[in-house]
Design a protein around this ligand. Sequence first.
Ligand SMILES: *Cc1c(COP(=O)(O)O)cnc(C)c1O
Length: 445
Amino acid sequence: MNVYKEIEKLPVVEELRRKQETVWINPEKKPFSEAVKKAKLTMDDVEDAEKRLERFAPFIMKCFPETRERKGIIESPLSRIPGMQRRLNEKYGSNLKGRLFLKMDSHLAIAGSVKARGGIYEVLKHTEKMAFKHGLLQEGDSYEKLASPECRDFFGNYTIQVGSTGNLGMSIGIMGAAIGYKVIVHMSADAKEWKKKLLRAHGVEVREYDSDYGEAVRQGRRLSNADPQSYFVDDENSKSLFLGYSVAAKRLLRQLEEQKIQVDEEHPLFVYIPCGVGGAPGGVSFGLKQVFKDAVHCFFVEPTEAPCMLLGMATGLQNEISVQDIGLSGLTHADGLAVGRPSAFVGQTMKPHFSGGFTVSDPKLYHFMRDLLDTEGIFLEPSACAAFQGPARIMTDPETEEYLKQNHLWERMDQAVHIAWATGGSLVPEEIREEYMHTFSEEES
Ligand SMILES: *Cc1c(COP(=O)(O)O)cnc(C)c1O
């Protein structure tokens, strides 16, 4: 098609095609006050989602005792990682100024990944709607009621389906099964065996496809739409998922305040989030923009083999272009990020908000993974380690340097706060961790 001939001339597309590690600065980013003028979603929507999760807290606490400590609120620690910052500077020449933190969604209760935000939220939102419609809940009831055998039996008549590369399936599957739904997860070829096994152990039906994520979603959507008792969680278009992720922002604000970490225009916040279809980095960043406005700078990070969001945003074609269209395989060790076509909804919504995006090679994910384990004793899955490409490159790449200078940030970097968003890892079984320790080892390369 001609349109591809045209876009192939863009330097950034040529870099992506050559699988180079790339940095892209978003030319469409607007000051916050301007960016929100035409916005369809607002802070009210974020707060509505936050309140819904609070209503469900008694139910969550009852079904998942590990959430007791946080009173049924599923939230992760924010940790300073000075050892990793030193490692980035010494080994990769990152010259990172300010302070580096890790937002440990890898250790979120129930699902062990960022999907515990969006996925679980969407299941709960659907459940609340059904419960009121069918008289299981009345205004003012404690949602603990939903854990009763009668409620479970009721939800057993209904199905939830989802297409997944693994982690979304786990969050929907585990929460869906806890409520009593029949859950069917349509898994793409990238999905790891241990994730399928874990889901089956929760009584979830796993259907496997030889194809990629987009095809698994299509099949799931088709089968669900054919069944009036079935609800489909649509990762490519869902506002609920997006808003579930966005709730992270107000909670982060509280954590920063508790740890007395200042964030404002003089003390800029940089956030780096691994990106697949875009919902998690988009939703979290959307929330952060509402809370911190122009003081926060949000970057997404993708594998060099599957940079679908960067490609969609840089060309303006959003989901009308796939990574396969420019000759990439879409295959990557970063299973959570193995997506060939981005969410158009996220691309459109985040167009005035994202500062930019990075790509990172597969071997580097494992190097970062071992660096973090070595310096901080924290294990993350390879997908999550994509986040470190941001702090590794932000001070040294010519494009980001220009961004920092143009936005009068360069001279403020000593006061900067950097957050690598660790999107998953705590559920990875020991034998798989061991295998990861030897994958793309640095001696070989
Ligand atoms: C799903 C996932 C992401 C990215 O989320 P998207 O909504 O697909 O962009 C990042 N890291 C991990 C570990 C994930 O499972």
